[in-house]
Write a protein that binds this ligand. Structure first.
Ligand code: ADP
Length: 452
């Protein structure tokens, strides 16, 4: 069922129930009021009868049920008045009684003093009355005309149906109007294609729920668009990164095979091919790590790791991998207890991040060296800074360098893949480490890692 129909139906059921309850209340009150006035009129007739008739009690004699008083000898009432003595015998009546009054009814009237009873539209009131000599029950009965009540019931019934009809029409119209913006949101969403994710939903000035929904949808689109861009860049860069070394390897082999060469030439060619294969395998390793962090961060194992050991191991590994680069270390503070040095981490990823930072620092500096400053605080506040004396990073590139495959146009002549810092950034995020790029006054770059 559509929301519009559901809204209209709920509104209709609710309004119809309230309307029915109110109209029935009006009907019931009116009926009660009419009956009350009728009983009041019967009561005044009983009082009049008691005052005028009972003093002549000596004239009372049993009256048969079908007895009718002679013309001109009655009280001036349209309704019937009967008087019963203590032996439950009717001793006076104006007309033939319409409501049968049993001995049980009379007993009850003697006991309670006043009783109301009814038979269809005939209403009766019985009241106890006393004279000096005896006690009597005076019963007044009459026909309470239901025409007014029935007319009112009809009017109320028609009003109910007309009301329900009007509510249904207006409910349908207003539900449609209220849902109009939803339809336009749906229309706009349907126009968004994966080929153009730059389209955004229109949001107005107001802060209603639909505007907030559109805004939430726009934020989602921002994230989807970004994910798409990364994916596109990833695919095109990966193919590029793989294609270049493969072409180089192929060309070298083809050139080498063109003619017979000396053993030394073959060795030189093979060494160059090996270098390219190592680059290729390094790129592939970095890509694998990146994909693992992107796709399955929850499956990456963490364990208590000594941060100082990770740092020293990274430096050792870095020196072995790059004997032509130099990394120096400087500790500014060290805690007394070894426990303070324990952090929850994935050691190999942390090492990879530190090696990447040291590698970049050396690669982009003329002196091919970096200084690693470590501050391991006794309160568990650990900071590692990788400082170099290179060209620094311009402000406008500070965010871009963490994008996967971003390479500064200033360094395109140097070997690189553009994956390193993106990997470092993702490893830092995974470990909730704050990664900052600082440009010190004396020049160079500082990558600062603040551990949680
Ligand atoms: P790659 O070094 O392979 O190009 P990275 O992701 O490691 O890729 O770095 C991205 C870019 O950031 C580099 O192209 C370089 O321009 C810049 N960059 C990274 N580290 C430094 C640094 N220490 N000093 C100056 N520029 C740097």
């Amino acid at each position: 069922m559509q929301i519009r129909s559901r809204l209209t139906l709920s509104f209709l059921v609710l309004t119809a129930s309230i309307l029915a309850a109110v109209l029935y209340g009006v009907y019931w009150l009116y009926k009660k009021n009419t009956e009350e006035s009728f009983y009041k009129s019967l009561e005044s007739k009983i009082d009049l009868t008691t005052q005028t008739l009972l003093p002549n009690e000596s004239t009372f004699s049993p009256v048969p049920n079908d007895w009718i008083a002679p013309e001109g000898d009655t009280l001036p009432f349209k309704d019937n008045i009967s008087v019963f003595n203590t032996s439950y015998v009717r001793v006076f009546s104006i007309k033939k009684a319409a409501i049968p009054v049993s001995a049980k009814d009379l007993q009850e009237i003697y006991k309670k003093g006043e009783v109301r009873f009814s038979h269809y539209n005939l209403l009766a009131l019985g009241k106890k009355a006393s004279t000096m000599k005896s006690q009597y029950v005076v019963v007044a009965e009459g026909y309470c005309d239901p025409t007014d009540i029935d007319d009112l019931a009809n009017i109320l019934l028609y009003s109910f149906f007309i009301g329900v009809f009007l509510v249904a029409i207006s409910g349908w119209y207003f539900a449609g109007r209220a849902l109009d913006p939803v339809s336009s949101v749906v229309e706009e969403v349907e126009n968004i294609q994966p080929s153009d994710l730059s389209i955004r939903l229109r949001t107005g000035e107001s802060r209603d729920e639909l505007v907030r929904l559109s805004e939430a949808f726009n934020h989602l689109l921002d994230r989807v668009e970004r994910a798409f861009q990364v994916q596109k860049m990833f695919v095109s860069n990966v193919s590029h990164e793989l294609k270049n070394p493969l072409t180089a390897i192929r060309t070298q082999i083809e050139v080498t095979l063109q003619q017979n060469r000396s053993e030394e030439d073959y060795q030189k060619a093979l060494k160059s091919v090996l270098d390219d294969i190592e680059d290729l395998s390094e790129t592939e390793q970095k890509l694998l790590y990146l994909a693992r962090i992107y796709n399955n961060p929850q499956n990456i194992p963490f364990s208590p790791t000594r941060i100082d050991e990770v740092l020293l191991n990274s430096m050792e590994q870095f020196s072995k991998q790059h004997p032509d680069y130099q990394a120096n270390i400087e500790f500014s503070s060290m805690p007394d207890s070894d426990d303070t040095l324990l952090v929850s981490a994935n050691e190999s990823l942390l090492r990879l991040a530190l090696i990447n930072l040291m590698n970049n620092g050396c690669k982009y500096s003329d002196d091919k060296s970096v200084l690693v400053r470590a501050s391991f605080d006794k309160d568990g506040q650990h900071i590692i800074e990788v400082c170099d004396k290179g060209p620094g990073i311009p402000e406008n590139e500070k965010n871009l360098i963490f994008e996967p495959f971003y390479r500064s146009p200033r360094h395109l002549t140097l070997k690189g893949t553009g994956i390193g810092l993106s990997l470092v950034n993702n490893i830092a995020k995974l470990h909730q480490i704050q990664l900052q790029v600082l440009s010190p006054e004396q020049g160079g770059t500082v990558f600062k890692l603040v551990f949680p």
